[in-house]
Design a protein around this ligand. Sequence first.
Ligand SMILES: [Mg+2]
Length: 385
Amino acid sequence: MTPPSLDSTQLYPPEPPRAPPTTRSARLLGCPQPLAAAYDVALLDLDGVLYLGPDPVPTAADALAAARGLGMRLAYVTNNASRSPAQVAERLCNQGVPAQAADVVTSAQAAARVLHERLPPGAAVLVVGTDALRREVAAVGLSVVGSADPQPAAVVQGYDPATTYAALAEATVAVRRGALWVGSNADPTVPSPRGLLPGNGALIAVVATGSGRQPVIAGKPEVALHAESVDRTGAQHPLVVGDRLDTDIRGAVRGGSASLLVLTGVTGPAELLSAHPVERPDYLARDLTGLLAAHLAVEPTRAGAGWRVECGGWEALAEDGVLSLRRSGSAQERPDGSVDALRVVCVAAWAAADAGAPVHRVELDATGAQALSGLGAPAFPGNLG
Ligand SMILES: [Mg+2]
């Protein structure tokens, strides 16, 4: 017997058209006071910002305590749907960062928000994920089921290292029947001491292959998790702080919030130099101590057929596809001047790219090479291909 087919348009309203992404021009913002005094809430990514796998980032706990002292509230925003806010808060406390469950926002909560917005109260939702995700779905008044047989209105899928073939098969059956399908996040991998392992995006791909459909994603860089974070914190002027361009920074740009990229995680100078306009941060810092500093505006000026950028005693010139960096005689080098060196080369490269003349080669003298290698870029490429 053919199973009854559900008309998905009767279950939930169509997805609204996505507004075109906001982009960032070639510049870094100035802020005359410490960021922690200028923005009311920091929406902090975790891995690569507060810790690196099992290890705390050395400066993180002290910098966050000082940021709090300047009046900034702190919220911790994670794409990982497998752990509850209380579990995340406990880990932060264990590494010297005082946090409560209410300070943590997870993609499981954002996925529950998407379901809540689109389903009638009490609707059945097939959950493929951990108890943390099940609890969030139940908390918004929906009914958690574990099989496709009750004809669930939706399937929600979050990372769970114990996911079985049977669970993925149930999800596939429900999705093929027309259920709304929401993924907590689409990260293809998760870090582990043995290297990268399949993440929720990989598990979603199993169901996508089996069903021929694609899910709605709640986590970064999509807007649901950002909106959930702003709502839960009541932030008026949030500052997103992250280590990844394609999730943290892209999500901030889409959500209309300012962003700070820290260099303690996965993004290095070479990737930053070629950042797409929708993935450019507003501020740049070595680590979370960047929250405690004022920031100089960094903007390009025309120089012949190219672009010149100066900041803190460094000067970058992008012309004819070649980017050069040198010490400038017009200003003293500031403390941690390596970051100023990176700021000027980034803005020069972005300006050249936006003008249709992207940089394909970087020329550094010994001083410039030393400055940038101090930012964890020993293999900073001379030729960007
Ligand atoms: Mg991260």
